[in-house]
Structure formats: C-alpha cells, structure tokens
Design a protein around this ligand. Structure first.
Ligand code: ADP
Length: 449
C-alpha cells in the first residue's frame, strides 16, 4: 500500500532544523556537552589511551595523584577545592608530559567530559608567574561562550594564587583596551579573530613573552570560516620556546592536518572513544502506513513494555512537535529538543531528561547530533535517518542506536516503517551492519513481552 498523504514522511528528506548554520550547530553541541558534563564521563575499563612521541627513548610517566605533579601548594589547593581527588584517565598521562621541563608540545584528543580543559588550565596556571604583570599564557576557543567557560575554570582553580588575573579577548572587549598598552593579566583567553586583532593591530600582548599557547576545541574551530587562518597567524607570532598544545573532542583527518600545522613536534595523546556497536542491542521494526498508525504503535509499546528512558527521533521539527503533543495528551511527561530553542533552554531540557524528570525525549536528528546523552533504554526511529539525498544514513543510525545498550546493558531499538520505500532502506541498514532487524507486532502484547 502507498503511504497516505497524512503520513509517510519518513521518505521526505526534509530537515527543517537545518536552517541553522552547521558551524554554529557544532559549536552549540560542544557547549551543550560541556554544560551536561558537570562531572567526568564514566569510561569503560577497557578504554585505551594511545601515546605517540617522536623520541622513543623519553620515558612516559603516568601519575595516580595530583601530589606527584609537585604543583605549587596554592594550585594544588585549588584543584582539591574543585573536588578533584585524582587525575582523570587522560590527565594521568597528559599532565606529567605537560608539566615537564623543557616543555613539550601536545596534541590531545578525547571525548567531551574527560578532563581536557582541566588539564590545560592547570598547565597554564602552573607555568605563569603571577608576580609578572603581563600576558604569559594565551588560549584560543572557538566561541565567546566557550572562552568564558574556560575562564571560569581557570578562575576557580587559580583562586588561591595571589595576583593571578584573566583577560578575555572576545567580541565587545576591544573597546576596553588601549592601543600599545600591554595588558596586565597573565592569562588571555579569546576567540581567534579578536585575539589576532589584539596582538596584531592593537599590540596589547607581547607575543615574545607568551610561554604557553593553547588551542581548544580544534574540531569546532575548523568548522568556522577563517578560524584556521587566524589561529595559524597567531601561532606564527609565538616564540619557538613557547609550549603549544591543541585539544579536540574528535579525531578526523582534517583536524589532525590542522593540528600539525599549529603544533610542531608534538606528543600525541588519544583516548579512543568507546566503539559504538550494535552487539548489545535488540533491533526491531514495526510496519505502519500513516503517522497516526506509528503513534498508535508507539502507544501500544508503552502500554506493554516498562520502559525507562527513551529517545524518539523524527525527521522534521513539525513531526516532533506533533508527536510530543500526542504523547503528552496520552499522559506521558515529554521533553522536546528542537532547533528553535535557545541554547540555555536546550541545556535545561537535556539536564532534566538526564535527571529522569522526563522519561521521554522527542527530537530531530539535527538537534541531537554530537550531543552525548548516555544510557537510554530504548531508541525509536519514528522516521529512519536519511541523508539529504534521501539515502539511509548508516552512521547516524549507529550513533542513534548506540545510545542504548551502553555499559553492557541490553538496549532496545525500534524502527517505524511507513511503506515499501522505507522498508527498502531498513533492509539496506540491515545488510550494512549484518544484523537482523526483527519484525515486532505491536498489537500482540504476548509477542512484545
Ligand atoms: P573536557 O574538556 O574534556 O570536556 P573537562 O575538563 O571540562 O573535560 O572536565 C569535565 C568535567 O569533569 C568538569 O565538570 C570538570 O570539573 C570535571 N573534572 C575534570 N577533571 C577532573 C578530575 N580529575 N576529577 C574530578 N572531576 C574532574
């Protein structure tokens, strides 16, 4: 049967949320992840750290405590005051390398929430002289908000260090500087454009006195036009003795190419992301012909199964809205994440969902991309993930479904199929992953259980 006009939206590669600029979406996902990670992310026992350094003879240390790093007492106090008891996985290896003399350059990659920011903030704080009143550490971040976030960490961790000051080189701040007058703050955190202006046009930073240079969120950085060039121009002004480090949440060729342009002779540290796999996940499909039927099937599933946290993915914002309303009318507490919410609102939606205040999150693919929401028991593809040409999007499928079945728990994924064309796409997904997707009869309670 042909999909009726009221339903069958799964076939339309329409993405309303995509009016958002992709670079902005990436930066926002990064902000949201930061806001969601008020603690270190839980890593698998088996997660592995890869270290590459040019000099194979130089020994690798790893520390199990902050004491072993021989930090200044004020800094150590700041670290403990933040509630950090021991270094995180990446910090164990990165910190001894970052604090050693002569300083080493570093490229480090690990997912959001693993302690990268804390690691480079600690390095900046330990390397600058609070008694010297000029910039000695320079840190670049892709957005205003991310720069302020880093500054907050530095403020917090450095609060017992007498005279330590931070300055933000971000939009709106240029009016507060005087051309040619060197800043008195030891740490400058800024976006590439404004920072370049400050050291190039306004001469308020003596680049020869910079001892530590950090480029954070390199993957977000390269998504924005111009940031690469600006960063490279800033880097070129730094003295060869300056310690340089670059951090990224993802590891792609484009990021690495950029990283190697910025950081010469680096030690590279990489904490591999836990592989997303479909091993632990039971995958099903449900045959429907309209979106109303999909909704009924969903209600039946909820009537029969006891479900913890679930995420439902829709192709368009309009479907997400429609579905959220229907589910609410059905008595569910529903959280909804779509593009027209302000970033703070999105963070608060996700926080509530993480805390379990709502058990059901309805979203579009675009909104959920790149955001870490761990540990859900069920994922529903109300619409199958397709790319802009309407082809099945395997990577997104894996990423969506991979949200369930984490940490060895069994997960459940259900795909709603609204016609033969969608069924073909599902079959291609099945073939691609070599995993059977079974049919689920949602009007048969016995079968579902
Ligand atoms: P990333 O930069 O990789 O996203 P962060 O440095 O922001 O990670 O750390 C993520 C969260 O974990 C933050 O809330 C931070 O305060 C906390 N954190 C970082 N290092 C430690 C540590 N050693 N012990 C406990 N919490 C930590």
């Amino acid at each position: 049967p042909a999909p009726s006009s009221t339903g069958g939206r799964g076939d339309a590669p329409k993405v309303e949320d995509d009016k958002i600029d992709p670079a902005q979406a990436i930066a926002e996902a990064s902000m949201i992840n930061k806001a969601l990670h008020s603690r270190l992310v839980q890593l698998k026992e088996t997660s592995q750290l890869e270290v590459q350094q040019n000099d194979p003879n130089s020994p690798l240390f790893s520390v199990k405590s902050f004491e072993e790093l021989r930090l200044a007492p004020e800094l150590l106090k700041g670290v403990y005051c933040m509630g950090f008891n021991a270094p995180s996985k990446i910090q164990e290896t990165a910190l001894p390398l970052l604090l050693v003399n002569p300083p080493k350059n570093m490229i480090a990659q690990s997912q959001s929430g693993t302690g990268k920011t804390a690691a480079f903030v600690l390095t900046m704080l330990s390397r600058v002289d609070p008694k010297a009143k000029y910039p000695q550490a320079l840190c670049l971040a892709p957005t205003y908000e991310l720069a302020l976030q880093i500054g907050k960490v530095a403020q917090d961790m450095g609060k017992f260090i007498d005279g330590m000051k931070i300055r933000y080189a971000v939009r709106g701040q240029t009016e507060n500087i005087t051309k040619g007058r060197i800043l008195t703050e030891q740490i400058v955190i800024g976006t590439p454009g404004t920072t370049l202006d400050w050291c190039h046009k306004f001469n308020v930073i003596n680049m020869k006195q910079i001892k530590v240079f950090v480029l954070d969120e390199a993957d977000v950085m390269i998504a924005t036009q111009g940031h690469q060039d600006q960063s490279i121009r800033i880097k070129k002004k730094l003295p060869p003795t300056c310690q340089m480090m670059l951090f990224s949440a993802t590891y792609e060729e484009t990021v690495m190419k950029f990283a190697l342009k910025i950081i010469s002779d680096p030690v590279t540290i990489r904490l591999k992301r836990e592989e997303e796999s479909l091993d632990n996940i039971k995958q099903y499909y449900v045959l429907c012909s309209t979106r109303e039927e999909k909704f009924e099937a969903l209600s039946n599933i909820y009537g029969v199964l006891s479900i913890g946290q679930a995420i439902i993915f829709c192709q368009t914002k309009a479907t997400a809205r429609w579905l959220a309303e229907k589910m609410e009318a059905d008595g569910h507490a529903v959280a909804m994440l779509v593009g027209d919410l302000h970033i703070d609102q999105r963070v608060s939606v996700l926080k509530r969902f993480k805390e379990g205040k709502e058990k059901l999150l309805v979203t579009t693919n675009l909104m959920a991309r790149g955001i870490d929401i761990e540990q859900v028991t069920m994922v529903i593809n109300f619409d199958l993930p397709v790319d802009l040409s309407g082809e099945p999007d395997f990577e997104t499928y894996l990423h969506r479904i991979g949200r369930t079945g984490r940490f060895g728990k069994a997960g459940l994924a259900i795909n709603f199929i609204d016609g033969p064309r969608t069924m073909k796409k599902l079959q291609r997904i099945e073939q691609h992953f070599g995993r059977k997707i079974e049919r689920l009869l949602t009007d048969d309670a016995d079968e579902m259980e």
